[in-house]
Structures are given as structure tokens and as C-alpha cells.
Design a protein around this ligand. Structure first.
Ligand SMILES: [Fe+2]
Ligand SMILES: [Fe+2]
Length: 296
């Protein structure tokens, strides 16, 4: 459904004046921000989303095409083409910070996408993801500013599109989206954050390490939001959250999660002890399989 068109209003006999425009819904504003191509426009659009706007949870919005809006650079390629460099050199550190900035840019788009694409959820669902979009925009801004101190801008290094690929695969099923984006890919960030933070600290980048601390703090909240609504959708469909996760992971070819895991952060993000035990068991099995495989 598109927003209501302007209707002329008859005020008195003979004169016709335009009505005040109907407020653009929160979900349509999210779609408009998602479509923004250049990062300054996207950040401005996210900041300008009106919290007081009606959510219009039941509206089915048309895909305008060309989503997500993103700048011509960085160039996107397969993960194997994105070169890992030593964080102990300035170019290596810049490349790593750029990779994280790219994740945050994607994360803005992912949060906005959930808001417009999936109708029929409670208003609190959309407001939660708007909070996430704003925090991702903040993270992107922190990294962009830090990258500037190293003489680089967003777009300077090639990047991969793994996060958005999963969004594409799960575009038709909110349950799969929640299972595999916040609860898998974002949760993997919880595991990776302390390692990256320590690398930056060891390289003498105190500012970079401080940014990683902020990211980890906020990402726990994002995964918690993913967990809460994943369980809510499971409950609505009469599904067991624990048993449903591996079904989704297999159906959509989610990356297999490997340790070390940040158990404290995962607990803080609302994973249940049974889910953490299943994760540990799957990791153990994967290690066992790798060791048992004949070496060539
Ligand atoms: Fe983030
Ligand atoms: Fe996030």
C-alpha cells in the first residue's frame, strides 16, 4: 500500500484548498532512508525519521526497486577477494576499520529493511528496529571519523556483501530473517569484537579499541532485540525456538558458527542456556569432523 494521496478539502462554497499532507508513516520513512544512495543522505534520513509518525503496521509497502541504496564505492566482491592485512601497519588498520564500517553501513540498511518489509507486527517491533538503525548509524559515524584520522574515507577498500546476501535470501520470511541476521550474523560480531578490540589496543590504537567497546555494548542490545522478536514469531507460529533454529540455518545455508564464543555477551543478549549448549555441541562436532578428515 502506498501512502494516502493528497485529497482536496472543500472549506467553503466555491473554494477548494489542499488538505494538510497525511503524515508519512514511520515504515515509509524507513523505506525512504533505505533507498538513500549516499551515506550522508542515509544518515540524515535516519536521524530525521519522525518518532511521532504513525507506524501503520498493517500496510504492505511496494518495493521501489534498487534496494538497498548504497554508494558506488566500496566495490563489492566475494569475501575471498577481501585481503586480510596486518593490523600493525596503518594501511592494515585502516582496511580493518573500513571492513567494520562497511558492516555497520549494511547494518543500518538491514534494520531499515526489517521495518518496511514485514507488516503485521506490533508497533514496538518497528520502534525497536528504528533504535537499532540509529545505533548502527552512530557506529558507522564513529568508524568513519576514525578512518578519516588515518587518511581514508568509506569506499576506499573493497568489501563483501555477505550481510545483505542473507537479507536477500530471507526477504520472504521474517522468522528466517530474525534467526539468521541478528541471531547469527550480528551475534557472530559479539564473538569477534573482543578479539578485534585487543588487536587494536595492542597496535596502540586506543581510540579504535574504545569504539569497539561501544559497538559490543550496543550489539548485545541488537541481538537481544532479535532474540525477543524471534521468540515472539515462533510463539505465534507454534514453533519451538530451539528446534527451529537449525532448520532455518540449514534451509538458508547460514554460515556455520565457530568458536571461540563470547558466552557472557551471548548470555547478556538473551540466548538461553540450551541454545548456548547446542552452539557449543555443534562447534565441538565441527572440530571433531575436521580432525577426523583425512589430510591430503
Ligand atoms: Fe553496529
Ligand atoms: Fe547491530
Amino acid at each position: 500500500m502506498t501512502e494516502r494521496p493528497l485529497q482536496p478539502v472543500r472549506h467553503d462554497a466555491g473554494s477548494v484548498q489542499p488538505a494538510a499532507p497525511a503524515p508519512v508513516s514511520l515504515r515509509t520513512q524507513a523505506l525512504q532512508a533505505l533507498a538513500c544512495v549516499e551515506w550522508p543522505d542515509k544518515l540524515a534520513a535516519v536521524a530525521a525519521i519522525d518518532d511521532a509518525a504513525p507506524v501503520r503496521a498493517d500496510a504492505v509497502l511496494d518495493d521501489p526497486g534498487g534496494l538497498p541504496g548504497r554508494p558506488a564505492r566500496p566495490e563489492l566482491g566475494p569475501p575471498s577477494q577481501v585481503r586480510q592485512r596486518s593490523v600493525n601497519t596503518v594501511p592494515g588498520r585502516a582496511a580493518m576499520l573500513h571492513a567494520i564500517a562497511h558492516i555497520e553501513f549494511n547494518a543500518i540498511n538491514l534494520a531499515l529493511d526489517v521495518i518496511w518489509r514485514f507488516p503485521g507486527m506490533p508497533d514496538a517491533f518497528y520502534r525497536d528496529w528504528l533504535t537499532v538503525a540509529r545505533e548502527e548509524a552512530y557506529h558507522f559515524g564513529l568508524l568513519r571519523e576514525h578512518l578519516a584520522t588515518l587518511g581514508h574515507v568509506y569506499g576506499d577498500f573493497p568489501a563483501h556483501n555477505g550481510l545483505w546476501d542473507m537479507a536477500e535470501k530471507t526477504r520472504d520470511d521474517l522468522l528466517a530473517r530474525l534467526a539468521l541476521v541478528p541471531r547469527t550474523l550480528e551475534a557472530r560480531g559479539l564473538d569477534a569484537s573482543p578479539l578485534i578490540r585487543d588487536k587494536l589496543a595492542r597496535a596502540g590504537d586506543a581510540q579504535g579499541a574504545a569504539i569497539l567497546d561501544i559497538l559490543l555494548r550496543d550489539e548485545i542490545g541488537h541481538v537481544a532485540i532479535g532474540n525477543r522478536w524471534y521468540r515472539w514469531v515462533c510463539a505465534g507460529r507454534g514453533l519451538d525456538p530451539l528446534a527451529t533454529y537449525p532448520v532455518m540455518a540449514e534451509r538458508y545455508l547460514a554460515p556455520r558458527l565457530r568458536g571461540p564464543f563470547n558466552w557472557a555477551a551471548r548470555r547478556a543478549a538473551g540466548f538461553e542456556p540450551e541454545e548456548l549448549a547446542a552452539l557449543a555441541a555443534a562447534d565441538e562436532q565441527a572440530r571433531h569432523d575436521a580432525e577426523a578428515r583425512p589430510r591430503t
